[in-house]
Write a protein that binds this ligand. Sequence first.
Ligand code: FAQ
Length: 311
Amino acid sequence: EITCPDQVFLDKLDRELKIEPKDWMPEPYRQTLIRQISQHAHSEIVGMLPEGNWITRAPSLKRKAILLAKVQDEAGHGLYLYAAAETLGISREKMYQQLHNGKAKYSSIFNYPTLSWADIGAIGWLVDGAAIMNQVPLCRNSYGPYARAMVRICKEESFHQRQGFEILLTLSRGTPQQRAMAQDAVNRWWWPSMMMFGPPDASSPHTQQSMRWKIKRFTNDELRQKFVDICAEQATILGFSLPDPLLKWNATTGHFDFGPINWDEFNQVINGNGPCNKERLDARRKAWDDGEWVREAAEAHAAKQKTKAAA
Ligand code: FAQ
């Protein structure tokens, strides 16, 4: 009996088995994964820049060591994810090229500036909080190498979220100036964090198919709602308000209602016109150019080793 490869593929999805690199898979499934995993990797790498901005100015040696470790974790996440994308047949050079020439996206959130130390707390609490909400279900996505990479990433991400919450809690118990600085950071990061989940389901071109392929387990709007519900409660513990006059508990739905999101701003940012898009891409391109001599030296060394081994 001959079974079609697409039947084997669909049967695996049905039975919650993982698709592995050497398995047959439909070309659009492969392309969707390459798109999503590479953009996710780029987000981790570009995401090092806004926080990197505060490493030299962290308020104590302990805060500096923690932030340094967090930013290094993000480099690691980028590397696991690039490695997972490579198993789908795309080279790392090609992915970097797509980032540098603006073809591949990275998360909109990293195009906003970090203006004060409190932004490091707000990023940890809200940006890492949103990242975890989106990434925990990705541990169960249907592509094996991506799902396995996400398990470790999520463990580290939850440490990141807690360190952000703790920075804000400390500031909330501080002087009036410190409380004001933290409230200002929360005000600026709230709406951009809501946009991290992507466009509303009704205007998301990829959600339906990705749900069918079990790449996505929840829709953008479902995850956004879970995020609002958790943050609304945590904000009370922190003693900060969220900048949304329409945020309100709804006993009928069992969720918090929230006000309209500025999708115009989101579209501007993902089309390259956010406050820091140019600065972020320039920094990545410069890092690539400055690293040229390292790549050349590594290749020369590898070639020499190969000649030696052959001799
Ligand atoms: N920014 O149809 P959909 C982190 C694009 S966390 C930019 O909904 P999809 C940790 C989307 O790519 C951040 N672009 O698409 C960290 C598509 O464009 P395309 C990274 C966005 O893929 C914390 C178009 O809009 N996390 O880095 C955004 O089904 C702190 C249509 O959208 C991930 O990448 C956006 N916010 O759903 C690091 C998670 N939203 O490709 C440092 C994995 C949408 O057709 C510091 N990715 N777009 O040109 C995903 O779960 C999904 O790709 C979504 C988008 C949910 C982001």
